[in-house]
Design a protein around this ligand. Structure first.
Ligand SMILES: Nc1ncnc2c1ncn2[C@@H]1O[C@H](COP(=O)(O)OP(=O)(O)OP(=O)(O)O)[C@@H](O)[C@H]1O
Ligand SMILES: [Mg+2]
Length: 232
């Protein structure tokens, strides 16, 4: 099997949907498309992917791997969708994020796709995710301040030199005043890969700690996640 392709999932602003996309894209690729997928919670400071996947109380995490306390194999857990997950843990000190790439490289031979969730900033932690990725996905909502903040992320990605696969436009359709897909594409100069609607089922899925693609596979958002998954 060829090495996995690693995708960093990025945004400069918080709450746009990175973790939702990591959980849902990972789950649908594993469950319906039968891909070998690993999702890594590389939101080192405030990890929460495990909350979205109902994988609480696990004994080890990415932070433990980075600190050389356990191997990545010992920190990989299988979600009910078939998605392999390396969760994060809170309040860890002395985590050297520059080690992320070496750790991800170790397991590239075991998967087809690796998704790296990330934290909402443009800093050295974000850089570590970009450097660990073969391509990145930029997540935004169709609102001017959030779209504008993507320019900061894009600048850093271009500095590192990692290709950008495209934009995922999330929470679409909440207001008549929001930017159109065309306006977002023109502002950022990048293609939109998916337009995921604002869907109450996504929100409920987080409350139930189950990705919407598993809980309500025919919801509007699940249909768009399915369309997005076909691009991987
Ligand atoms: N398409 C959607 N429809 C409805 N609610 C959504 C959608 N996408 C995300 N949400 C909700 O928005 C909130 C934030 O989503 P999420 O945690 O995925 O964002 P994030 O970018 O990972 O945030 P952070 O940067 O803080 O890690 C969650 O409550 C989630 O349920
Ligand atoms: Mg998140």
């Amino acid at each position: 099997m060829a090495d996995a392709k690693v995708y960093g999932i990025l945004s400069a602003k918080g709450g746009v949907g990175k973790t939702t996309i990591t959980a849902n894209l990972g789950s649908i690729l594993a469950r319906e498309f039968k891909k070998k997928v690993l999702a890594v919670d590389a939101n080192i400071e405030v990890p929460n992917l495990h909350l979205y996947l109902d994988m609480l109380g696990l004994p080890s995490s990415l932070q433990n791997v980075i600190k050389d306390e356990v191997s990545i194999a010992h920190s990989t857990y299988i979600h009910k969708s078939g998605l392999a997950v390396v969760p994060g843990s809170f309040l860890e000190e002395g985590v050297d994020v520059t080690r992320l790439k070496n750790i991800i490289d170790l397991v590239k031979g075991l998967y087809e796709i690796i998704l790296l969730d990330s934290h909402p900033h443009v800093d050295k932690e974000t850089r570590a995710v970009i450097e660990s990725s073969d391509e990145v996905l930029i997540v935004t909502n169709p609102w001017i301040p959030i779209v504008t903040s993507c320019l900061l992320t894009i600048k850093l990605v271009n500095e590192v030199g990692t290709p950008i696969k495209g934009i995922i436009l999330n929470k679409v359709g909440r207001s008549d005043e929001e930017m159109s897909a065309r306006e977002v594409e023109d502002s950022l100069g990048l293609p939109i890969l998916a337009k995921i609607p604002a869907d109450i089922n996504v929100y409920r899925g987080v409350e139930k700690r189950t990705p919407v693609v598993v809980e309500v596979p025919k919801s509007p958002a699940s249909k768009e996640f399915r369309r997005l998954a076909k691009l991987f």
